[in-house]
Write a protein that binds this ligand. Structure first.
Ligand code: ADP
Ligand code: MG
Length: 354
């Protein structure tokens, strides 16, 4: 079922937490809501769950309107699963009882599950791979196991919408990587529609089918991870998602002339066509190449060299601007060396706007 969020507005007294929010989520899609702290991610999720009512606009799932400014269907009447950052487990219930709880107590449970609760609990225990630990209490589980219980509880009633609010941010780095894979597997196994809130751009790029980038209560851009990374439509997106060197300049018939370097013209950088006028453009660290200073380009000096294994990260200072350049291992430049910067041939985005 398609979930449609239309012209959503949410105000808390003086604060406008959300405005002009329009998103159409396909059945089975994995959507990441990405943005810095305070941009309205949790507010959006709470509205989707029915914990809060919109000030204006509407949320529709399938053919049922869930929320508008007059009526909000409460959470217990929606078949929605939620996973929180804090796990929110009940200390007095064991693993199996956590999975069973929503099936026995929630109003909206599909009939086939309600009539055969034990079978569904077994299935879910198997999916989250905790069958062996069914009788453990939360205090006897590791962080990753606790998060799997929270996931199992959320998917038990086969929700039409699975909402996750920064579910991995309380786990250490290694476990976070592992749980990313587990959540992706869960998505494949259940075909659930997932709305996944995160402030971590790497998580959003790695996991989502589409990313909604938010800033100050509004949507900056919606697109696939590839579109968001390669063709950001605003400077905010370019800078928030991945590292970008922002450069002012002008487009004219597929040639880019940086404002500070009128003698240099660069071919199509692969930015979105809506940006092709005078403005600020993102240039990714891997789109630049460092050359010896007897060649054409932006002249500068290497001010830092960081060996990263398969690549080297350089900072090149040119006319008081620090450029970040990620380069392969072929030629190593030294700290303090005079060099020039050029746009790398062959890494430009192939896709042409029409
Ligand atoms: P995020 O989850 O992206 O960090 P939130 O959705 O929690 O952001 O908050 C968005 C904005 O709305 C913030 O400015 C926050 O202070 C405000 N806000 C959120 N909930 C409330 C509330 N219950 N009352 C007043 N202001 C709120
Ligand atoms: Mg939040």
């Amino acid at each position: 079922m398609t979930t449609i969020i239309e012209d959503l507005l949410k105000k808390f007294e003086q604060t406008t937490a959300l405005q002009n929010i329009n998103i159409s989520i396909q059945d089975g899609e994995f959507i990441a809501i990405l943005g810095p702290s305070g941009c309205g991610k949790t507010t959006l999720l709470r509205l989707l769950a029915g914990f809060d009512s919109p000030s204006d606009g509407s949320i529709t799932i399938g053919d049922q309107q869930m929320s508008n400014k007059y009526v909000t269907l409460p959470p217990e009447k929606r078949n929605i699963g939620m996973v929180f950052q804090s796990f929110a487990l009940w200390p007095h219930l064991n693993v199996r009882k956590h999975i069973e709880f929503p099936l026995l107590h929630h109003q909206y449970v599909p009939t086939d599950i309600r009539t055969n609760t034990a079978q569904r609990v077994d299935e879910v225990m198997d999916i989250i791979e905790l069958t062996e630990l069914a009788n453990r209490m939360p205090s006897e589980l590791s962080g990753g196991q606790k998060q799997r219980v929270a996931l199992g509880r959320a998917i038990a009633s086969k929700p039409e919408l699975l909402l996750m609010d920064e579910p991995l941010s309380n786990l250490d780095a290694e476990l976070r990587m592992e749980m990313r894979k587990e959540i992706q597997e869960l998505h494949h196994l259940t075909n659930a529609t997932i709305v996944y809130v995160t402030h971590d751009q790497a998580e959003a790029l790695a996991m989502a089918d589409r990313i909604v980038v938010m800033n100050k209560g509004e949507i900056e851009q919606i697109g696939t991870p590839e579109e968001i990374y390669s063709r950001p439509t605003t400077a905010f997106v370019a800078n928030f998602v991945g590292k970008a060197n922002l450069m002012e300049g002008t487009w004219e018939s597929d040639q880019f002339t940086p404002a500070s370097y009128p003698a240099i013209t660069w071919p199509d950088l692969g930015v979105s066509i809506s940006l092709k006028k005078k403005g600020i453009y993102p240039i990714r660290p891997e789109q630049l190449v460092i050359l010896k200073d007897d060649q054409e380009g932006i002249e500068g000096q290497i001010t830092s060299v960081q060996y990263q294994g398969k690549e080297i990260h350089y900072t090149v200072r040119a006319d008081e601007l620090d450029w970040v350049v990620h380069s392969g291992m072929i030629k190593k430049f030294q700290l303090g060396e005079r060099v020039v910067l050029q746009l790398k041939v062959g890494v430009r985005n192939k896709q042409k706007d029409v």
